[in-house]
Structure formats: structure tokens, C-alpha cells
Design a protein around this ligand. Structure first.
Ligand code: GDP
Length: 307
């Protein structure tokens, strides 16, 4: 995902290696190159501005350290600032004091919500939890079936709304076309059957729209989630910030999940979203398989970029 950005930053730092000490002009030239590399990677302008401002300030005031040469010092500062814009430290999923923990997934169509629902369910199951998946995406044809397939692969039951839906063993069916009712009913079933986590998949549109937001907000109000995870395709580039802000305003979210980090697009979304929304990235999705999923660690991501 970050191959180009990584190469650009590495070659910027390489130019510094021969310098015994860095003048202000050297630092400015370096910061300019970092700025260009980030903008070319589709990182949001506001984020780039803040980032480069901090790097410049810190590089100028960096104390001469016996252990690090100037180039290493700049790399260290860039690394620390990258970790900071990515949210600092990993934030684990917040579980409710009283089960079930309710997790609502929101995001644009195609962001990878349904796939993520399965990944998260499998991940939680592996930790000894007993999740229930709830199919409240009634917009897209096949979304319910897709969640059922994913649930089956994850070995996790699915509460599904269509009366005629093909379900695996343990699949519930409720005859309604109302996603709010499905979510509410799913939560009730989870309580009765003592599932300790409920993951609710919601509908997305190709673009942000008012009805989509209203529907997600109505589901939110009906089930009072412990976590609202905004699922975003890391490849959407410059649209990332506007989309994230629209969801933040329309539904509100407690955390972010980045998907398609395995892609080779420029990945600026990954570097912008936590910073502009002030919400941590909890997980990263790195492929189509249910196991291609990991907790998001800002420091590991920064190291990968600066590798
Ligand atoms: P939804 O509309 O938000 O529910 O998105 P889906 O879960 O249906 O995913 C849309 C497409 O993206 C599907 O073809 C998925 O297989 C694919 N997908 C989801 N997550 C990832 C990922 O992390 N990497 C890749 N390469 N593809 C993914």
C-alpha cells in the first residue's frame, strides 16, 4: 500500500545521510520533500500541513545527540509524528460491562463492512466470545445472503431478516424489511441466547446520502451500541476525509476500521482519517479472506512506511 510513499521518504532521508549537521535550509528542503511525498500519497492537506509543521519545528530544535546522526534524528522525528497522526497506540475493542457488547458497522457500500463483520466475528470467536451477526443491510440485493455465507465461514450464527433466505444451521429469520426492527430483534435474540457480542451490519450507498445516514442513526438509536465502527476503504484517496466527516456528523463513530490495506493504491486515507476525525483506528483488513485481519498498531504501520 505504501510502496511509493515509502520509497520517496527513504530517498529523502538518504540525501541527509552524508551531512554532518543540518542547516535550516537542509531541514526546509527535507520537509518540502516529505510534504510532496505525503500529498502525492493522497494524505489530506490539513494533515500534511500539521505533520510537516511539527517535523520542521522538532528537527530545528533537535538536540545534537551522540547516538544519532542528523539523518537518523529526522527519521526518528518523522516516525514519532507518523505514529501520532495514526492515533498513538492501539486501542482495543471496548466491551460492555454487561453483555452483550453491541457493535454497529457503518460505511459506504463496497467499503468491506460485510466482510469485516465476518472477520471480526471469527476474531472474537477465537478469543472465546460467542458473537451473533445481525444482517441489517436490506438495501443491497444479496447483502443478507453474503453475510450468511460469511457467518458460515466464520462459524458464527447470523440473524437474518428474509423469510426465504438460505441460512446455515443456527440462522434466525424474521419477516421484515425494516432494518431498525431487524437490528432490535437481533439484539433481543442475542440476549435470549446469551451471545456476548452482537455485530450489526448496515447498508451503505455508493456515496454519502441523507437517507443512509438517517437509517444508520435510527439503528444506532434503537440498539445503543458500545462501538460504532466506521469502515473505510483505504484506497478511496482524497474522498476519505469528506466521507469520514459526513459519517462522523451523521452517525458518529467510536472507531475506524481500514480495509483493503493490501491494495497498491496510495493509501492517504489510512494516514488522514484518525487525525481528522480524532477517532482511533482499531483494526485493519488486509485481504478478502476472513483471516486477513489484524489489530491496528500505529507504530507498526509507521515502521512499515519508513522501512
Ligand atoms: P460492503 O458493501 O461494505 O459490505 O463491502 P463487502 O464486504 O461486500 O466488500 C466489498 C468487496 O471488497 C468484496 O469483493 C470483498 O471481498 C472486498 N474486500 C473486503 N475487504 C477487503 C480487503 O481488506 N482487501 C481486499 N483486497 N478486498 C476486500
Amino acid at each position: 500500500m505504501f510502496a511509493t510513499l515509502s520509497d520517496r521518504l527513504t530517498s529523502t532521508f538518504k540525501n541527509l545521510r552524508t551531512k554532518g549537521r543540518l542547516s535550516e535550509a537542509d531541514i526546509d528542503a527535507t520537509v518540502r520533500e516529505i510534504r510532496r511525498a505525503l500529498l502525492d500519497a493522497d494524505v489530506a492537506v490539513v494533515v500534511v500541513r500539521e505533520f510537516t509543521g511539527k517535523v520542521r519545528e522538532r528537527a530545528l530544535s533537535a538536540e545534537v545527540s551522540g547516538a544519532l546522526n542528523p539523518a537518523q534524528q529526522v527519521v526518528k522525528i518523522v516516525n514519532e509524528e507518523l505514529v501520532a497522526i495514526l492515533g498513538g497506540a492501539n486501542r482495543p475493542l471496548a466491551f460492555a460491562k454487561t453483555a452483550p457488547t453491541v457493535i454497529l458497522l457503518a460505511g459506504l457500500q463496497g467499503a468491506g463492512k460485510t466482510t469485516l463483520a465476518g472477520k471480526l466475528a471469527l476474531h472474537l470467536r477465537g478469543q472465546g466470545h460467542t458473537p451473533l451477526l445481525v444482517a441489517a443491510d436490506l438495501q443491497r440485493p444479496n447483502a443478507v445472503t453474503q453475510l450468511q455465507i460469511v457467518g458460515e465461514r466464520a462459524g458464527v450464527p447470523v440473524f437474518a431478516p428474509h423469510p426465504g433466505a438460505q441460512g446455515s444451521a443456527g440462522t434466525d429469520q424474521v419477516d421484515t424489511g425494516d432494518p431498525v426492527a431487524v437490528a432490535r430483534e437481533g439484539l433481543a435474540v442475542a440476549r435470549t441466547r446469551q451471545h456476548d457480542v452482537v455485530i450489526v451490519d448496515t447498508a451503505g450507498r455508493l456515496g454519502v446520502d441523507a437517507e443512509l445516514m438517517r437509517q444508520a442513526a435510527n439503528i444506532r438509536d434503537a440498539i445503543d451500541p458500545d462501538e460504532i465502527l466506521f469502515v473505510i476503504d483505504a484506497m478511496i484517496g482524497q474522498d476519505a476525509v469528506a466521507t469520514a466527516m459526513a459519517f462522523q456528523e451523521g452517525v458518529g463513530f467510536t472507531g475506524v476500521v481500514l480495509t483493503k490495506l493490501d491494495g497498491d493504491a496510495r493509501g492517504g486515507a489510512a494516514l488522514s482519517v484518525a487525525s481528522v476525525t480524532g477517532r482511533p483506528i482499531l483494526f485493519a483488513s488486509t485481504g478478502e479472506k476472513l483471516t486477513e485481519f489484524e489489530a491496528f498498531h500505529p507504530d507498526r504501520m509507521a515502521s512499515r512506511i519508513l522501512d
